[in-house]
Design a protein around this ligand. Structure first.
Ligand SMILES: [Zn+2]
Length: 92
């Protein structure tokens, strides 16, 4: 699986937004350009009807590339989140 971005990664303001990052198979993410219309529909279904529009607006805001400290902070945050998810994983 890939980490598919609804709004392209070049937009730093939404690059690491959890509502803009979802598992996507390599075919959909790569060869089919991320299936933007399907992505949009699913994001709105998951998070609410205005979510895609809000992501698009947010993506246009100026944002700097993250510094090493912020990246390190996010790495620790998500490492802990993965550990938490493993603990919550059903036994079957
Ligand atoms: Zn797919």
């Amino acid at each position: 699986m890939d980490c598919g971005h609804g709004i392209g990664r070049q937009h730093w303001a939404t690059r690491y937004n959890e509502k803009n990052n979802h598992a996507q198979c390599k075919k959909c993410n790569g060869f089919e350009g991320g299936k933007r219309e399907v992505y949009k529909e699913r994001v709105n279904k998951l998070y609410g009807p205005q979510t895609w529009d809000l992501l698009e607006l947010t993506s246009r805001k100026p944002a700097k590339q993250m510094d090493a400290f912020t990246i390190r902070h996010l790495t620790i945050y998500y490492s802990l989140k993965v550990k938490e998810m493993k603990l919550l994983k059903p036994a079957i």
